[in-house]
Design a protein. Structure first.
Length: 128
């Protein structure tokens, strides 16, 4: 499963071994015990990757085998592609801009999405 955490300073993506339903149940229990509001809805998250990112072709091949339609890759321009994921948005309220987006699909496709994210983040960090 992949977890995208949106904060005021940016986006963080990580791979989590816990099943999707377990993570949601844990978050619900945590919110109840803490007395905090919680909002969960199905949704879609997107992020950009360089069109020439090493491993993008392998992800596209994995998606052809997966056939789940949970991930789509759409060219934005000559330099970038948009990776869109279907999953669940978890936040404090309907209007929240900070929260967690979780999604699950084949291990192979998750691996390539995560590796592409890591590589592009390392490239961005080296440019800063």
């Amino acid at each position: 499963m992949l977890k995208l955490t949106y904060t005021e300073v940016g986006l963080h993506l990580e791979r989590v071994a816990v099943p999707l339903e377990t993570l949601i149940a844990q978050r619900v229990v945590l919110a109840l015990r803490a007395g905090q509001p919680m909002y969960i809805e199905p949704g879609k998250a997107s992020f950009l990757l360089p069109a020439d990112a090493a491993g993008l072709f392998q992800l596209e091949m994995a998606l052809r085998l997966d056939q789940s339609q949970v991930i789509t890759i759409i060219p934005v321009d000559d330099e970038f592609v948009e990776v869109s994921l279907h999953g669940s948005w978890i936040a404090d309220s309907v209007e929240a801009h900070e929260g967690m987006f979780i999604t699950a699909f084949s291990d192979r496709a998750e691996f390539f999405v995560y590796k592409l994210w890591q590589v592009t983040q390392a490239q961005v960090s080296s440019l800063a």
